[in-house]
Design a protein around this ligand. Structure first.
Ligand code: NDP
Length: 633
């Protein structure tokens, strides 16, 4: 179907196209009843009632053509509803070609026409009525008709993809293969820059067997292969690279196209990009992806957020490639508006930082406090991983501890300065923005910062020497208590992360469903665990209760908190730093204290800065100030 307003060259292009394809050509004008032709010739525009018999007659004709060898029909098909009527009887999808051009060119062509019943004045109405179809192949009528036809044929022969992916790095390659393995037609692109010229070509040559995969290093060709509205996932490094790619892509995109940022972008950047692209009528989805390289290939946990219309359009694809929960449902859900998808991914990573640090601290207690061998610790972690402590991170740590180079465990050879890419730190500053207590996670971030001061730590250890130790007499009890303490600290860490999400969600009115969020984190992601599965049910049963006020957690933590405190105390006495275990018991003590120490803080603030305070014995509406110094003197 060749469509466009009068003067766009539908008949000319349609005729040449039909000749080239060796199929019949029909002009939509020939299907008009005589009354319509007379009305148009008298300069009156047609109304939709006039058009109905005309559209019906063409629709029946198209159905017959489709059953035979096909055909080319030239028709204005201005509105979406007309096009739906045209396609109603066809058993095959219609290929739409939209001839578009400037008003000046159209006017010029119409005024040059002779013996045609259309008057140039009707152009105005047609242009106002035209609803350009996003799904059509769009051609500029300024080009010669033969060139236009060659382009149309080239496009018809081109394989089309459902989804595009930009950035064939670690994650991009795995996600592309995951999409292709799920029978989704995918086009992938990687830039060709000095030193990285072969990324796309190499990827293409190693995956020749995937017939539904196309790979490009030319952005224009890549975009042309995508079905409209185009859905393009960016898997590039967070930060300026995302903005560069957006700017590079924009000239090739059309209204309604959708970009999906699958990297670890900051959620404020995502909200900014959504607003920016809205001005171009292009959607932007901020999509957290967790699972690392293997998860991206086999099924990650996916957290898309943004405009509902855009998220709904990409969800079916994302759900196909996501991990499955225990009930077989996809670990992917619409998180909410704005940058909420990237926000929850950021907090996920914050929880992950603390979970990793807890295992690292437990390892150190077992190694230095209990004097166990690395092999013995691997066995203990494997045993812990059988029950309610089961988690992906504990499982991989047990694996790591078993890897040796000759007689030496590989972990012993790894330089002890932790690196970080930003999400843990971002989650800490984001918690500060909404005033959410974030002890375990911020301490995990700080522990990495402290570890990075390796040279200074070495020097300090020489100056300070060994801490006078007081080893436990009963190693078995100590290990058993550590296990209990580890469970308690994990519950507190998850509570801290999820409550920070609840607070921020309320602040931005995202309405994030914590049970559903926990559900999509039960598989595919790095913090999947038995505890996460428990949280799905707990948040479903108690949607508005603070995590640590849920009955089952009160019951567990009441029994475990003394052991957690004792384990921290014992470890500190052994000279072992326990920042995240300590933060957990500190949070729990603080959270469960009816009387905090903040009255002293308030008095101090009022003393030196006249910041005022409220009183327990008066209305909390009232504020007070005391001239402390004068009274004391
Ligand atoms: P890589 O460094 O492996 O790949 C980055 C990709 O981005 C490369 O294809 C690179 O192209 C491309 N790129 C970088 N800058 C530009 C630019 N200016 N224009 C066009 N392309 C550019 O990163 P990952 O695949 O590991 O990570 C991608 C994103 O996913 C990051 O945001 C990361 O934080 C996130 N993520 C990573 C996880 C992981 O486990 N690795 C897990 C979850 C999320 P070129 O080859 O030409 O340099």
């Amino acid at each position: 179907m060749v469509l466009g307003v009068s003067g766009s060259g539908k008949s000319t292009v349609g005729t040449i196209l039909a000749e080239a394809l060796k199929i019949p050509f029909d002009d939509g004008d020939d299907f008009h009843p005589i009354e319509n032709k007379e009305k148009m010739a008298s300069g009156q525009p047609l109304n939709d009632q006039d058009r109905q018999p005309w559209l019906e007659s063409m629709a029946r004709h198209l159905a017959v053509q489709a059953k035979n060898r096909g055909g080319v029909l030239a028709c204005s098909a201005l509105k979406e509803i007309y096009r739906q009527t045209l396609g109603q009887y066809c058993h095959l999808p219609i290929q739409w070609v939209y001839l578009s051009g400037s008003r000046e060119l159209l006017e010029q062509r119409l005024s040059n026409r002779q013996g045609h019943f259309f008057k140039p004045e009707l152009l105005q109405t047609q242009l106002e009525t035209m609803e350009p179809p996003r799904y059509a192949y769009n051609v500029d009528i300024a080009k010669p008709p033969k060139t236009i036809v060659s382009e149309i044929i080239e496009n018809m022969n081109m394989k089309k993809s459902d989804l595009g992916l930009i950035g064939l790095g670690v994650m991009g390659k795995s996600l592309t293969l995951n999409l292709a393995h799920h029978d989704i037609n995918v086009s992938a692109y990687n830039r060709s820059v000095l030193g990285e010229e072969h990324v796309a070509k190499d990827f293409a040559s190693t995956n020749k067997h995937l017939t539904n995969l196309q790979v490009f290093d030319d952005l224009s060709s890549f975009v042309k292969t995508l079905i409209s509205p185009r859905k393009i996932m960016l898997m590039v490094n967070a930060g300026p690279a995302v903005d560069h790619v957006i700017q590079d892509l924009l000239p090739f995109l059309e209204e309604g196209d959708i970009m999906i940022d699958g990297g670890n972008s900051h959620y404020h950047d995502t909200t900014r990009r959504i607003d920016l692209l809205n001005q171009h009528s292009i959607h932007f989805v901020g999509c957290g992806v967790s699972g690392g390289e293997e998860g991206a290939l086999k099924g990650p946990s996916i957290m898309p957020g943004g405009d509902k219309e855009a998220v709904d359009a990409v969800l079916p694809y994302l759900k196909q490639i996501a991990a499955r929960d225990q009930q077989g449902k996809a670990c992917c859900t619409n998180i909410g508006l704005q940058g909420s998808g990237h926000f929850v991914k950021m907090v996920h990573n914050g929880i992950e930082y603390a979970e990793m640090q807890l295992i690292a601290e437990a390892y150190t207690v077992l190694r230095e406090g209990a004097g166990l061998s690395i092999d013995e610790i691997a066995v203990i972690f494997k045993e812990w991983n059988q029950g309610e402590l089961k988690s992906y991170l504990l499982e991989i740590t047990a694996d790591i501890l078993m890897v040796k180079e000759g007689d030496v465990h590989l972990v012993e050879l790894i330089y002890d300065a932790a690196q970080q890419k930003g999400t843990g730190g971002w989650s800490t500053t984001s918690a500060l923005e909404v005033g959410a207590p974030f002890g375990t996670i911020s301490e995990a971030v700080m522990a990495r910062c402290l570890s990075a001061l390796k040279a200074t730590r070495v020097e300090a250890s020489e100056h300070y020497g060994d801490y006078p130790k007081n080893p436990s007499e009963n190693t078995e009890t100590m290990i058993a208590e550590l296990k209990v303490a580890y469970h308690a600290a994990r519950v507190v860490n998850h509570a801290i992360g999820f409550e920070m999400i609840r607070t921020t969600s309320t602040e931005y009115r995202w309405d994030i469903n914590l049970s559903e969020l926990a559900r999509i984190w039960t598989n595919g992601c790095i913090i999947r665990s038995s505890l996460m599965e428990q949280l799905v049910q707990e948040y479903s049963d108690n949607p508005s209760k603070h995590t640590l006020l849920i009955d089952s957690f009160i019951h567990q933590l009441k029994g475990e908190r003394i052991t957690l405190a004792n384990t921290v105390a014992y470890s500190l006495q052994m000279g072992i730093a326990m920042p995240v275990f300590s933060a957990a018991i500190n949070y729990l003590h603080g959270f469960t204290s009816e009387q905090s120490s903040a009255h002293i803080i308030q008095a101090q603030r009022d003393y030196f800065g006249s910041h005022t305070y409220k009183r327990k014995d008066r209305s909390l509406e009232d504020v007070f100030h005391t001239d402390w110094q004068q009274i004391v003197e």
